[in-house]
Design a protein around this ligand. Structure first.
Ligand SMILES: Cc1cc2nc3c(=O)[nH]c(=O)nc-3n(C[C@H](O)[C@H](O)[C@H](O)COP(=O)(O)OP(=O)(O)OC[C@H]3O[C@@H](n4cnc5c(N)ncnc54)[C@H](O)[C@@H]3O)c2cc1C
Length: 378
């Protein structure tokens, strides 16, 4: 079991309790900053951004203190909303860059964690060990891959997604595009001084030990020249044929919806559907799959089924098939319930987070002003 990310509900709820928004705002970019480590549970739909927001409001925290943390939660919603709007185009370059891509693979030294940059190599080891990487390190890694090694973002993004317990196709794809410049036209660069400051290292003479003016102009560093093709396969569990009762509703869960409280009082069939077609397109590691299955244990009466939705036994006999709306699972039949958004009714038609945030912030502020009252719809 992954000690860093327990899967029982009391431990998960404790993480919500432990959020310290004041310290978060000051320290989130640092190695040992007060980050929440909630992303694996948010990504997997065990808890919702709305639930976290309501917890902060109910504690009587002031808006000015909570603001930074709420803004970060809003990034997750923004990217999900953008996926709803762009659909599959999310997985293409959102903006065409005229220059800067020379290969569609990824540097071997990133795959192996042998770049020679101590903080980055340690971060990659941690990613493989615990399925987590600090946000700032994710940015460094993506910058090395896309902007120094000139790799097109999809393959290294798929590599990172494969290992992340919090793997979220919207946050992952958009963040990689953001670093690579195909999100808003600006590339993100880092240097050794920045890494040393935030990750408590003191490294001199590395290929990143350069000024911000020099880094974008430098040739591909030797250590990033060797390229590898990342092509992992998914190992799905063997599951028995589920025993379903078509006289009761069928609730469909998936790797992005593992909500243990979803219509809990309803007597229903509950099925965690692991579609091979989805995981072939977006493979995850054994560790991630174990995490998903372990989180599913929190759902009373759930059965796990590896198969496509149309191959669920006796599917046509169910008068009610219910799932939660999600861009990856548009093809499910039946009713799609709204997810628990912090900002329901706020859609996104552009890549400017700050246009989204302007509206979202007003609603959030309002919720904090009313103390404990959930945020009004639209
Ligand atoms: C290259 C790259 C790839 C990424 N891939 C993913 C991914 O696959 N899945 C994923 O959940 N996040 C991804 N992120 C965003 C971010 O790194 C993680 O959400 C964050 O590090 C999770 O740790 P935490 O829960 O401790 O975050 P905290 O800092 O405690 O933040 C609280 C919550 O706010 C949200 N959040 C914070 N930062 C971001 C951000 N930059 N973008 C979107 N939401 C954010 C998350 O829901 C997070 O759980 C990626 C970022 C980069 C730069």
């Amino acid at each position: 079991m992954n000690q860093a990310f327990p899967t029982d509900i009391p431990s998960i709820l404790q993480r919500i309790e432990d959020i310290d928004p004041e310290s978060y705002a000051r320290t989130r970019n640092f190695k040992n900053g007060s980050v929440s480590h909630l992303s694996p549970y948010l990504s997997r739909g065990v808890i919702s951004t709305k639930q976290v927001l309501e917890s902060l409001i109910s504690k009587g925290i002031e808006w000015t203190t909570a603001q930074k943390f709420v803004q970060e939660l809003a990034w997750r919603e923004f990217y999900q909303r953008l996926w709803q709007s762009l659909e599959d185009d999310l997985f293409e370059d959102i903006l065409q860059m005229r220059s800067g891509v020379s290969n569609r693979m990824m540097p071997t030294s990133l795959l192996n964690g042998s770049t020679g940059i101590t903080a980055i190599d340690e971060g990659i080891r941690e990613l493989k060990r615990n399925g987590y990487m600090h946000n700032h390190l994710r940015m460094y890694v993506a910058s090395l891959a896309c902007n120094l090694a000139k790799s097109h973002w999809p393959m290294p993004a798929a590599w990172m997604y494969y290992h992340l317990l919090d793997g979220d196709l919207a946050s992952n794809t958009c963040s990689w595009q953001w670093v690579a410049g195909t999100f808003n036209g600006r590339k993100y660069y880092c240097n050794q001084q920045n890494i040393d400051r935030y990750f408590q290292t003191d490294q001199r003479g590395s290929f990143l030990d350069q000024s911000y003016e020099a880094i974008p102009k430098m040739p591909v560093p030797d250590t990033l020249r060797e390229l590898t093709s990342f092509q992992e396969v998914i190992r799905l569990p063997n599951t028995p044929i589920p025993q379903l009762d078509p006289s009761k509703p069928l609730y469909l869960y998936n790797s992005y919806n593992l909500d243990p409280n979803w219509d809990k009082s309803i007597d229903a069939n509950r099925l965690l559907l692991l579609e091979p077609s989805h995981f072939r397109r977006h493979p995850v590691s054994d560790q991630v799959m174990d995490f998903i299955l372990s989180l599913a244990n929190n759902i009373d009466g759930i059965q796990v089924y590896v198969g496509e939705v149309n191959s669920i036994p006796e599917l046509r006999r169910f008068s009610q098939i219910i799932s939660k709306e999600h861009p990856a699972f548009r093809h499910y039949p039946g009713i799609k319930q709204e997810r628990d958004w912090m900002f329901p009714g706020l859609s996104v038609r552009h890549t400017s987070f700050f246009r989204f945030w302007k509206q979202a912030e007003r609603k959030a502020k309002n919720g904090f002003a009313k103390k404990g009252i959930s945020i009004p719809v639209s």
